[in-house]
Structures are given as structure tokens and as C-alpha cells.
Write a protein that binds this ligand. Structure first.
Ligand code: 6CS
Length: 339
């Protein structure tokens, strides 16, 4: 095309149009997490933001824990579309989607890191079944990923369910976690995260459970004397989008979100290699008097046996739908063995 005035004007307006359409489609997306920017959910969200912003004109604003309220408030905002993305763990989502509590069931998820990673990336239950259940609550489930092996902090050592008699242990606000800790012999005390440190400090509760990185970063060890690993669970979390928002996006934006989620999921699994050991070292350095216990198998078996009926409680809470989820999860877990 020659540069006649007419052609030049056409070219300029084409450029202007392109520029305008880019400007119009550029959006700012809000993404809330339950942790700080330097904790696992924050690292994940930061990677997601980097991928989105490097490949589009969109911006992602991340809201760490405390800026928008407790987990339950944040979920309401995500369902209402005030937030476009949210990270919420099944320990809180369980009150909205009871089946999500399958991830809280003791002694179900494997302990081997490569098996855990394989399960989270490849399982049918996560990639096909759960998205349908989240969709019923106006949520587009984008990813579920592990945040580390759960440890229990207490004031006194324990080796059996009898030792936990009368010990108040904070759990996330999930009925299934309440049942689990009852079966462990303790007095489960469901609390939102913002109340946990204070409750330990005032001795309203004696313990709580969380992965090691979180016990270290939130300084739970300052208000605890003993940290025990009974090998009962892996902390699971989930990232989702408001469904109406996601469904109304152009295909290229949906593809970009999927790309960012896939990169962030790979990144966070890699990022967590060695994190538990590093966190243990930091805790020991900060509080040399702390007692760390990894319960031997002959002691773990007591907790395993005592909590076996929690499976039936899960089915009673979730009915046929939960039973199908549990069965599929068992199939998926078998497929992960040896990976
Ligand atoms: O225990 C809790 O409530 C919190 N634990 C972790 C690891 N992440 C966020 C959640 O609020």
C-alpha cells in the first residue's frame, strides 16, 4: 500500500483502533489470599501476577491476609464478584462445599512428595469432579495445590490420643476437622485465623495445626512448647475465580489465566522442595528450647486407628456426592503410588 494521504489516514486510524481496543480490554483483577505475600499462597499469587502482566495489559492486585477480613468474608466478596480471584483452603471452604473437606481427612493423602505432586496435578477428582462442585457455588476452580505436611503445636508432649485428653486444639472452621480432633482425643476449637495467636497467648487454647513454614512465619512457635508430626495430613489449598467473571472473559484471557495457573502451580511445587526442613531450622534457631517430635509408626498407628471412623462421618456429612468424591479420590491416590 502506497503512502497516499488517504492510505496514511487509513493506516493511522487502524493503529489508533488497535491502541483503543488494547486500552479498553486492559483490566485490573483483584486476587485475595489467606496468607502474607512471602508465604506460600503469596508466592503462588505473585507468580500468577507476573505471568498475566508479562503477557497482557491486565494488572493483578494481590490482597494478603488481613486486608479484606477473615477467610469467610473474602469468600463472600469472591462469590459476589468484588474479587476476581481468591485462594481459600478447604478448611474454610468446607462450610460452603462440604465435599472439599475430603482433603482434611486424616491419613488419606500420601506422605511421599512426588506422589503428592502427581496426585495434585493429575487426579480426576481435582481436575474434573471438584470444578463441578465449585461451579455450583459460582466459583471457577483453577487449581488445588499442597502447602506442606501438617504439624501440631502444643504446650506438652503427646504420644497417644489419651495424652490429648482435655487439650484444646484450634482447627479451621470445618466440621470434619472437629470430628478428626475429637477422634484424636483432643477438644477441637474452630477459630478463624486472626484469633489464633491471641488465643494461644491467653491460653484459651493450647495448640493448633499447620504446616511448618506457617508455624515459622507466623511465629506460632513463640506460643508453643512442642511441635509434633503425627503424619496425618498435607495442607491443601485452592485457587478459584468468580465464575461469572471467568465465563464472560474472551477465550484468549481464559487461556492466559490457565497458562498463569499452570506456571504458578509448577513453580510452587518446586518452591516448596526443602521448605519444611528450612522452616524447622529457623524455628530451632529462634527458639532453642522448642521440642520437635516426629512420632514413630508404632505411635502413629494409635491416631490412625482412632480416626478411622472419620471417613464415615465425612460420608454422613456429604451424602452420595461425597461418597463418590471419596471413591474417586481413592482411585486417584492408587494411581499416584510409586510416582
Ligand atoms: O490455619 C489457617 O487458618 C491458615 N493456614 C494456612 C497454612 N494458610 C492460611 C490459613 O488461614
Amino acid at each position: 500500500m502506497s503512502n497516499t494521504p488517504w492510505n496514511l489516514a487509513a493506516k493511522l486510524s487502524a493503529v489508533a483502533l488497535t491502541f483503543c481496543s488494547v486500552q479498553v480490554s486492559a483490566a485490573t483483577w483483584r486476587y485475595a489470599i489467606e496468607e502474607s505475600m512471602t508465604e506460600v499462597q503469596g508466592v503462588y499469587a505473585t507468580k500468577f501476577k507476573e505471568v498475566i502482566e508479562a503477557n497482557s495489559n491486565h494488572k493483578v492486585n494481590i490482597y494478603p491476609f488481613g486486608t479484606l477480613g477473615e477467610s469467610v468474608d473474602v469468600m463472600e466478596q469472591a462469590q459476589a464478584g468484588i474479587l476476581q480471584f481468591v485462594d481459600q483452603s478447604p478448611g474454610f471452604t468446607g462450610s460452603l462445599i462440604p465435599e472439599a473437606q475430603v482433603f482434611l481427612m486424616p491419613y488419606v493423602l500420601p506422605e511421599k512428595q512426588s506422589e503428592i505432586n502427581y496426585f495434585f496435578k493429575n487426579s480426576k477428582v481435582i481436575n474434573e469432579d471438584f470444578p463441578k462442585l465449585y461451579a455450583e457455588k459460582d466459583l471457577e476452580l483453577l487449581s488445588m495445590f499442597p502447602e506442606g505436611r501438617v504439624h501440631i503445636t502444643t504446650q506438652q508432649p503427646f504420644e497417644s490420643p489419651e495424652d490429648l485428653d482435655g487439650v484444646k486444639v484450634r482447627v479451621m472452621t470445618s466440621p470434619l476437622l472437629v470430628e478428626t480432633y475429637k477422634s484424636f482425643g483432643a477438644v477441637p476449637t474452630p477459630l478463624p485465623w486472626g484469633e489464633v495467636f491471641g488465643a494461644l497467648q491467653t491460653k484459651m487454647i493450647q495448640g493448633q495445626e499447620n504446616p511448618m513454614f506457617y508455624i515459622e512465619s507466623t511465629k506460632m512457635y513463640e506460643v508453643s512448647e512442642v511441635i509434633t508430626d503425627i503424619g496425618h495430613n498435607i495442607f491443601t489449598t485452592a485457587v478459584m475465580a468468580n465464575k461469572h467473571f471467568y465465563d464472560s472473559l474472551p477465550a484468549e484471557d481464559q487461556a492466559l489465566i490457565q497458562q498463569a495457573i499452570s506456571e504458578a502451580t509448577d513453580y510452587i511445587l518446586e518452591y516448596q522442595q526443602g521448605l519444611e526442613e528450612e522452616s524447622i531450622a529457623k524455628v530451632k534457631a529462634a527458639k532453642p528450647s522448642i521440642t520437635l517430635v516426629s512420632l514413630e509408626e508404632d505411635k502413629r498407628v494409635r491416631f490412625r486407628e482412632a480416626s478411622a471412623p472419620v471417613k464415615d462421618k465425612f460420608v454422613a456429612m456429604t451424602g452420595e456426592s461425597g461418597k463418590a468424591i471419596l471413591e474417586q479420590m481413592e482411585v486417584d491416590l492408587k494411581a499416584a503410588i510409586g510416582k
